[in-house]
Design a protein around this ligand. Structure first.
Ligand SMILES: [Zn+2]
Length: 97
């Protein structure tokens, strides 16, 4: 994966702030949408990627909001998902997969 130039960083940040979808940002800067997403997280100080060795970081992110989580969705989004799909809180824990 090629790195991002400062110009590309600026473009990503500007577009993210405007609410431009990552699929379009990816086309603008010529990187993958996932890479642009990860880059924007890092640029905004939201990244949970380990920066060095020995850093224990949960690599999973909420499917819906992108918050670091131990599950497929964070507790808040899981509650929303259950509500939306009329699943009782007592139902099976492994939802959404
Ligand atoms: Zn969430």
């Amino acid at each position: 994966m090629p790195g991002f130039t400062p110009e590309e960083d600026a473009v990503i940040l500007a577009l993210v702030r405007c609410g431009v979808p990552f699929t379009r940002i990816a086309k603008e800067v010529g990187h993958g949408a996932g890479a642009c997403w990860a880059r924007s997280r890092r640029l905004r100080g939201l990244s949970v990627e380990p920066e060095g060795e020995g850093v224990l970081v949960n690599p999973r992110r909420c499917h819906d909001c992108g918050k670091p989580t131990a599950d497929y969705r964070c507790a808040k989004c899981r509650a929303l998902w259950r509500k939306k799909h009329h699943v009782q809180p007592s139902a099976v824990e492994e939802d959404g997969i």
